[in-house]
Structure formats: structure tokens, C-alpha cells
Design a protein around this ligand. Sequence first.
Ligand code: GLU
Length: 406
Amino acid sequence: MSDVQNSLSLSKRIDSVSPSATLAVDIKAKQLKASGVDVVGFGAGEPDFPTPEPIVEAAIEAAKDPKNHRYTPTAGLPELRQAVAAKTLRDSGYDVDPSQVVITNGGKQAVYETFQVLLDPGDEVILPTPFWTSYTEVVKLAGGTPVTVFAGPEQDFIPSIDAIEAAYTPKTKAIVLNSPANPSGAVWSRAQVRVLGEWAIKRGVWVISDEIYEHIVYDGVETAHIGAVVPQVRDQLVVLNGVAKSYAMTGWRVGWLIAPEYVAKAATKLQGHLTSNVDNVAQRAALAAVSGPLTAVAQMRTAFDRRRHLIVDALNSIPGVSCNMPKGAFYALADVRDLLGKPLGSSHDSFTSSAELAGALLSQAHVAAVPGEAFGAPGYLRFSYATADELIVEGMRRLRDWVVSA
Ligand code: GLU
């Protein structure tokens, strides 16, 4: 009997991985909504705007053409790889060859493939923390060990190079740079990026630069692309990106990685056994997006900026809650440590962790936020403000009432 159970068990590899916390909150909020509960969702980071019309039109035209009903090359449509190279020159200011580009099923597959092709069991990956929730799990799936380096709001959530150096061991294979950052909204300055790049060269480690929020920055802050700031790092650099956040295209699932050619080839080999090519029609839509203007993202940024002030001001007006003004992306990471252990809500319950608090906030006040535990930042809650102004006002009213009604 026990032998049967053993052979029917799941792999240790999958058992060591947690589900995506951001998607879990989103699914729970959507289920509650479907059952008639009026939930205000600040869960998954997903622009609430429709995909810009010209991009949708390109997809409609593509869907009518039988040539797009077939496989594309595994690494993507040659035109799209070329357009991503051109877009990188336009936005990041340096040349890459289309042969370095692999089109993936969303940015997430680019993250997955990168760690699969770079890591051997036991390799360590340094993650400036708070980190995006999937990095740790994807590193573990590749047999690697995530090594977190935490920096709190007093450091604008950006660890010092001394703290990063202290985390270095001979097993360190890579460091992740995610600027603008999810979940903190931190944006690394050009000087900080330079120091990181020079450190990576000195230590001979890969830099995995997740640039998915590159266009979502505020107050004139710039996104410093490490491949431009430190050109010598390009031989050990993998850039991750995609159309999801800049063009409100989360559901289309088109991302890419840009890496030295031998790494891109290895990722293509893996993808050939994993998913083959990305949806052909979606690639045509992405081609229209990256070769078109940046006007729609500029309009969305204006709306996100207004919402950023709305939510951060509201959070800071709630007793026991404090929140730095994010410089980029569309998340507010609020410090709720002062709420722990205090009676909250009409039931006067108290909570020992931000995970418990987020659960009660959803079930009692019908406000969905992602607990900081998912990002290596217990004691914090992440609110995505890529949602309508009125929902932000209503959600913050509910949070305030829940906190002060006890
Ligand atoms: N990246 C977004 C987030 O952090 C979407 C959900 C996900 O892929 O994790 O909310």
C-alpha cells in the first residue's frame, strides 16, 4: 500500500514550490465577486484599460490571414524579434541583434526559461527584497537557492551594495534587478545601477534585469537600463520584458528575453519542448505594439500617477498604516506592522501576520490586497492601483472604516 502511495506522489520539485500568491488573491477576489460579493480588488497588477485599438485591429487582421494559423519559428516571428531589437535601441539606447531575442509566452516564461538554462542545482540567486513573488519559486524549480537581501522603506526598498556583497558566496550565479520594482515601486538610480553592474562584473555573476515596468515611472524619474549604463555587463546580462504592462496586454501573453546568443539558443531549445512558439496572432499584435508609438502608455501613466497620489495619501491617513510614495510601476507597498496585534473590524479580531490580516480584510471588508509574505516582506500589504479612481476611493474608505471601527 505504501509503495503505491509512493509511486503516486507528486515530485519533490513541485511540492517545494508555493502557488502564485498574486494570482491566488486575484482568483479569490474574482470568485467572491462572481458569488455576488462586491469586492474591491487591489490584487494582481493588471492595467484596467483596454488594449489600444490599433493593436487590437492588427490582431483582427492577423486572425483572418491563414498564414497566421500556423506555427512560427520557436523563438518568434523574425519581424517581431527584429522589432524588439529596434525597440531596445529606441528605449534603452543600445544595440542588440535579433538573434539574441526569444519571444516567450508572457514575461513569466522568459523568467522561467532564464533560470532553467542558467542554474545548476545548488546555485544561488541574490534577490533584492521585497521581490516579485514568482522569482523565488522559479529559482527553486530550476534547482537553485534564492538568497534574499531585504531593504525597508527607510532605504526606499533598495539594498546597499555592501548588503549585496555580504550575500555573495562562491555559489552565487546571478542577481535579479527589477527596476521599476514590483511590489515596492522603487526605481534604482543610474548611480545605483552602475554600482550593481560593476559589482556583477567583478564577481562574475549574471544580471537578470526584469524591465517589464520600464515605461511606468513618475515625477520625471528615469528608468536606467543596466545594459546601457554599464555596456561591459552585456555579456552576462539577460533582459526580461514584455507587452503586458506598457500596452495593457496582460491576457495576450507575449514577453521576451534578450541574452547573449548562446543563452538565447538554449532558451529556444527549452521552449521547443515546452510550448513551441507564442500564439501567432498575439505575436502580430505585439509587433504592432512595440513598433508603434508610446502615446497610449503615456496616457495610462498619467492616470496611474493620479491614482498613485490618491491611494498613497489615503493609506497614510489611516492610523497604523504608512506608505512610501512609489516612483514607478503601479503598486503601493504599505507598512501595516502597527496594525498587528490590535483589534480590527467590527469583530475586534486581532492578527499576528500580514497574511492573516489580508485574509480578514478580504472576508470582512471585501478589499483584496496581497500580503507582504508573498514578496519576502512580512508586515506589509501590496495594493495594485492599476484600477479605477472610484474603486480606489471606495476600497480605501472600507480599509479605513475596518481599521477605525474597532
Ligand atoms: N505580475 C503581476 C503581479 O504581480 C500579475 C500577476 C503575476 O503574474 O504575478 O500582480
